[in-house]
Design a protein around this ligand. Structure first.
Ligand SMILES: [Zn+2]
Length: 722
C-alpha cells in the first residue's frame, strides 16, 4: 500500500493528478507541494489523500512547501465554483493563486529612524538635512538620501559610531491597520429606521451561522452606513469582512468612506493593483490579519482565514458577472462562499434583481427595507418625453423639455446631468456617397467615431484606427458622416446651447484612471461643473448635492436586443440615474427621452410604481418559465469558419442527454455572429426549477470534445446574450 495524494495544479485541467507521498512526508489537504509534470516542477495543492495498492507508475511528490495551507472551506468553494459553472477545476484554483510570492513571508528591509531629538552641534550640512526631514521615518537609505539630497552612504554612516540614526528591520509589505468597529466615523447620525435596519443585520452576523439578507433601500437612503453596522459586528467578533463593490466604485474617494468609518485604510483587491499590493493583501488576508477587505468580484477568491460577513453592494450590477475565462456570477458565488464558511451575506441595492427580490419575498432571504431618504431629501420627480411629439431639431438630440430643464437648473445656480450610455461621438459612421458603414475587422460590429482622439474604434474588440478622411470603399473624400449621438456629441450640442456653462464629459475614454474619475467627481460635487455628460460611470453611488436636473438622452437604449432582462436593466439604470438628482435638501427632477413611452418599464418608472413594474415583469417571466421561475444556461460554440461552427453545433446537439424538464433552443447564429474572426453559434437551455442544470450541462459537455480550434463554452445563468 502506498499513500497517494491528489494534487491540483492551477492550470486548465479538469481534475487533480495522483502522486505518491514519499515515506516520512507529512501532508494534509490544502498543503502546497512541488511535483513533477513532464519535465517541469510545478506548485500545486493537495486536494485529497488516500491509500492505494496500485501498479500505476506514479511519480513522487518532490517537496512540501513550507507555508500556510488553504483551508477546507476554500477547497470546497473551489470545487463548488467549478462544478456549478462547468469550469475546469484547475482554472478556478488559478483564480485563487493570484500571487505566488504571497505564500512566502514578507521580505525584510532595513530602514532608518532618528535616535534622539537632541540637537547636536558641528554636524555637516548634509547630515543636518537628514535629521531635519519630517514625515518620512522610518525610511530606507535611498529614500532618505533622495529626500535630503545626500548620498546613501551618508545615511548609512549616520547609523555607525555617531549613532545619529538607528537601523531597524521592517517587513517590506507592512500589515494593515486594525479597523475599530466603535470608531466614531459615521458620515451622518443614523435615523431611527436606519438604526433598526443596521441592528437587524448585526443580529444576523452575531448568530455566527449562514444567513442571507437583502438590504433594499431607495437611492440615497443611507444603505452603506447601515451595512457598515453589520461589518462592525463582524469586526467585534474578530472576524473578517469582505465588501464587494462594482469595479468602478473602487476609487480613492469610495475607499475613503470605509477608512473614515473604522479609522484605518481597508485592504483592497482589484484588477488595477500592482504585484506588490496584490501580494500584501493576499498574504494578510490568508493570515487573518487583514480584517476588512474592499474589492471587485475576484476578491471573493482570496483565502480568508475567518470570513464572517460578505456584503455585495449594488447586487444587481452587471459587473459581478465574469464573462471570460471561468464564467461566474460573483453575487451568486458570494452566497455559496458564505454558506460553506458559515458566514452572513448582505445583498444591498436600491434596485434589487428580481431573483433576489423573489427570494426575499418568499422568506428565503431576510428582507431589510429602508423606505425613505433621510432628512428633507425626497425621490426626484420623473417624467417621460415622447420623442415622437417633442422631436429634437434635425441632427440634434436634445428635445425642448430637456433643454428647458437644464436652463432652469442653471438659472437657479444648480447643476444638470445628461446621461447617455454611449462612449465617443457617434455610434455609426456612414458614407454619404455609397452608403458603406465602417465595420470592425473580422467582427460583427460598427466602428464608433471618437472625435476627441480623432479615431474610429470597435468597443467590442478594442480595435482602433485614425478616422479616415475618405471612404475606404468608394474613396470619396469627406463623405463619411456620423450617425446618432455619443456623449461627445451631446456635450457639443450642450455647449452650443449653453455657451457660458462649464461642461464636462465623463466616460471611460475621457477619464480612464480612477484618480481622474475621482478628480472629476469631486469637482462635480463641489459645484465646479455646470453640466456633466456621462455614460454608465455617472450612475454608481456618487453624491452631488447641487444636482437638481437629470436628462436621459436615450431611455430606449437598454430595451433593444434580445436580452430577457432588458426591461429590468433599463428600469434599474434609470432609477439609479434619476436617483442622482436631489440628494441633499434641494428636490430633483429627471426627464427621460423615449420613443416608447408606453413601455411597461418606462411607464412604471414615471409613475414611481416599483411594485407595478415588478409584478408585471414577474408574471411575464413566470409565463415563459424564465428566472426566477426556471433556470437558464447558454452554450457558445466558436470556430475559425462558419461551416466548422455549424458542424460541431449539430454534432453537439445530437449528444444532448435526454432529460425531463429541459428545453434546448438552437443552435442559432449568435447576435454577434463573428467576433475577432471567430464564427459564433449559441444554444439556450431552459430548465424547470427542480432540475440540476449544472450537472446536466456538465454531463452533456463531457460527451463530446470540440475539435482543434473549435471552442465550447458553458454559461450558467447567462446575463449577456451577445
Ligand atoms: Zn463610400
Amino acid at each position: 500500500m502506498k499513500q497517494i495524494a491528489k494534487v491540483l495544479f492551477p492550470v486548465g485541467v479538469p481534475e487533480p493528478f495522483d502522486y505518491v507521498v514519499p515515506t516520512g512526508m507529512q501532508l494534509a489537504c490544502g498543503d502546497f507541494v512541488y511535483a513533477p509534470i513532464g519535465k517541469q516542477m510545478k506548485l500545486g495543492v493537495v486536494w485529497g489523500l488516500g491509500q492505494a495498492d496500485t501498479d500505476r507508475k506514479l511519480k513522487d511528490i518532490s517537496e512540501r512547501k513550507n507555508c500556510r495551507a488553504l483551508n477546507p472551506g476554500m477547497l470546497k468553494f473551489v470545487d463548488w465554483t467549478a462544478k456549478y459553472n462547468c469550469a475546469p477545476l484547475g482554472m478556478v484554483l488559478r483564480m485563487v493563486l493570484r500571487s505566488y510570492k504571497a505564500l512566502d513571508p514578507s521580505p525584510i528591509v532595513t530602514m532608518y529612524t532618528p535616535r534622539s531629538a537632541e540637537r547636536l552641534v558641528g554636524l555637516s550640512a548634509g547630515r543636518k538635512r537628514v535629521l531635519d526631514l519630517q514625515d518620512i521615518w522610518p525610511a530606507t537609505a535611498s529614500d532618505i538620501a533622495k529626500a535630503a539630497n545626500v548620498s546613501a552612504s551618508v545615511v548609512r554612516t549616520m547609523a555607525g559610531p555617531s549613532r545619529l540614526l538607528e537601523k531597524i528591520s521592517v517587513p517590506l509589505d507592512p500589515p494593515f491597520g486594525t479597523p475599530d468597529p466603535d470608531h466614531e466615523g459615521r458620515q451622518f447620525a443614523l435615523t431611527p429606521k436606519q438604526i433598526t435596519a443596521g441592528q437587524e443585520l448585526a443580529d444576523l452576523v452575531a448568530r455566527q451561522e449562514f444567513s442571507i439578507a437583502l438590504l433594499d433601500g431607495v437611492t440615497g437612503s443611507g444603505k452603506t452606513e447601515v451595512y457598515l453596522e453589520a461589518a462592525a459586528q463582524a469586526l467585534r467578533q474578530g472576524g473578517q469582512v469582505l465588501i464587494l463593490v462594482p469595479e468602478i466604485a473602487l476609487t480613492q474617494a469610495g475607499l475613503r468612506r470605509f477608512a473614515q468609518r473604522f479609522g484605518t485604510e481597508p485592504a483592497q483587491w482589484h484588477s488595477a493593483m500592482g504585484e506588490a499590493a496584490r501580494r500584501r493583501t493576499w498574504r494578510e488576508v490568508a493570515a487573518g490579519r487583514a480584517k476588512l477587505v474592499i474589492g471587485a468580484r475576484s476578491a471573493l477568491y482570496l483565502p480568508y482565514a475567518d470570513l464572517q460577513l460578505i456584503v455585495v453592494d449594488e447586487e444587481h450590477d452587471n459587473s459581478y458577472k465574469q464573462d471570460e475565462g471561468v464564467i461566474y456570477n460573483a453575487r451568486d458565488m458570494a452566497v455559496v462562499r458564505a454558506k460553506l464558511s458559515g458566514a452572513s451575506v448582505v445583498l444591498a441595492s436600491a434596485t434589487p434583481s428580481l431573483e433576489s427580490l423573489t427570494n426575499a419575498r418568499t422568506g428565503r432571504y431576510a428582507h431589510v427595507i429602508l423606505p425613505e431618504r433621510p432628512g428633507a431629501a425626497v425621490m426626484p420627480e420623473i417624467g417621460l418625453v415622447d420623442l415622437k411629439e417633442d422631436k429634437p431639431e434635425n441632427g440634434r438630440f436634445l428635445s425642448q423639455p430637456l433643454i428647458d430643464g437644464i436652463a432652469e437648473a442653471l438659472e437657479q445656480g444648480d447643476q444638470a446631468m445628461l446621461y447617455l450610455n454611449r462612449r465617443g461621438y457617434a455610434p455609426l459612421i456612414i458614407c454619404r456617397a455609397c452608403g458603406e458603414k465602417l465595420k470592425s475587422p473580422d467582427t460583427d460590429s460598427w466602428l464608433v467615431e471618437h472625435r476627441r482622439t480623432g479615431r474610429a474604434m470597435c468597443h467590442l474588440t478594442g480595435f482602433s484606427m485614425p478616422m479616415p478622411s475618405a471612404c475606404p470603399e468608394c474613396k470619396t473624400e469627406g463623405s463619411l458622416h456620423p450617425v446618432g449621438p455619443g456623449v461627445e456629441r451631446v456635450a457639443e450640442e450642450a455647449t452650443q446651447l449653453f455657451p457660458q456653462a462649464r461642461i464636462e464629459v465623463l466616460s471611460s475614454d475621457t477619464a480612464g484612471n480612477p484618480e481622474r474619475i475621482r478628480e472629476r467627481m469631486e469637482r462635480m460635487a463641489a459645484g465646479d461643473i455646470d453640466i456633466l455628460v456621462g455614460t454608465q460611470m455617472v450612475v454608481k453611488g456618487h453624491n452631488f448635492p447641487h444636482l437638481t436636473f437629470v436628462g436621459v438622452v436615450d431611455g430606449d437604449l437598454g430595451l433593444a436586443g434580445g436580452d430577457l432582462r432588458a426591461g429590468e436593466r433599463t428600469y434599474q439604470t434609470l432609477v439609479q440615474v434619476a436617483g442622482r438628482a436631489g440628494r441633499a435638501e434641494k428636490p430633483g427632477r429627471a426627464l427621460i427621452q423615449t420613443h416608447m413611452p408606453e413601455h411597461e418599464a418606462l411607464e412604471a418608472l414615471a409613475a414611481g410604481d416599483r411594485e407595478g413594474f415588478i409584478a408585471a415583469e414577474l408574471s411575464m417571466r413566470e409565463l415563459l418559465g424564465l428566472p426566477p421561475y426556471g433556470k437558464l444556461a447558454a452554450v457558445i460554440i466558436s470556430a475559425p469558419d462558419g461551416k466548422k461552427a455549424d458542424e460541431f453545433a449539430r454534432k453537439f446537439l445530437a449528444k444532448a442527454p435526454r432529460a425531463e424538464g429541459i428545453e434546448i433552443m438552437g443552435p442559432s447564429e449568435a447576435p454577434i455572429a463573428i467576433l475577432r474572426g471567430r464564427h459564433r453559434r449559441r444554444f439556450l437551455v431552459k430548465a424547470e426549477p427542480m432540475v440540476n442544470l449544472s450537472a446536466y450541462m456538465q454531463a452533456w459537455k463531457s460527451r463530446l470534445r470540440p475539435p482543434h480550434k473549435t471552442k465550447l463554452q458553458i454559461d450558467i445563468d447567462p446575463q449577456s446574450f451577445m
